[in-house]
Design a protein around this ligand. Sequence first.
Ligand code: RIB
Length: 333
Amino acid sequence: MGITVIGSLNYDLDTFTDRLPDAGETFRANRFETHAGGKGLNQAAAIGKLREPSSNYSVRMIGNVGDDAFGKQLKGVLKDYNVDTTYVGTCSDTSTGTATILIEEKVGGQNRILIVEGANGKTVYDSKQLNEIFPKDSHEEEYVVFQHEIPDPISIIKWIHENRPSFQVVYNPSPFKAMDTGDWVLIDILVVNEIEGLQILETIFDNHFVEQVKEQIKDDFIGEYRKVCEILHKTLIDQNKKGTVVMTLGSKGVLFCSHENPKVEFLPAVKDVPVVDTTGAGDTFLGALVTQLYQGEKLSTAINFSTLASSLTIQKKGAAESMPMYKDVKNVM
Ligand code: RIB
């Protein structure tokens, strides 16, 4: 097998503007564009585009679209990047998921995203279907990648844990949803941004502790997030004795640690990048990271490759389409 992404496919409706309107105000924006998106599709596309070209492992997308033009287009985009769409279902009773994205051009292409789940709400599988998606006789290593734009990734993760324990589970809790503290141990590779990192902390510690951390972040951003990363690793993810935590800090860089190297390391972001649109930067990072780890690279090498890949994505508009190919990243290494 290879790498499987179970998640969302969205049709992105992007409006580029100098600023956001106030409540009740009408404001003239600069441009409107449509792009392929959804965190699941973006991550699958990133894996398809960023895997080492001579490698022959498969990349699969598992999810749903509506029986409409958007859905057909999204499947087509995945096929263009050699992602297997056998298990992308077409639902006749609902439309393809959408994301309305406002991109503020004067503040570094930062975005605000509103999603309507549509067919992503149907991405729920019972044990019989999971047995078909992940046949028991497969002996190859499998990575399975999840985000949280589908109803219940955790129950699928639990099924994998019980039925295919050799698989590596990669989880990006975005949009964030609290889960039982004991369930974090089911994750092998946790990829969060700094906001999600604090949101997880809020579910395990009292308010006072988290408020204190937030105060200290103002004085020592990297140092304090380093501690957050360490707490997530030690108290949640590495309880399985093989857990890895990667925390992205936007334009600042990335923190990471693993069972083998529990001391949190920091890699700064690429400097002086002309930012056009940050949509899909996190998904590019995650897809790149997964390909590199699957191909057997060291965590630090994988993080370096992924940082470069996402620095290329933000220089172009859109999500999946703006992601670089493997050779583009190698060219800037
Ligand atoms: O991570 C970026 C993605 O988030 C967009 O493509 C949008 O569809 C939302 O899912």
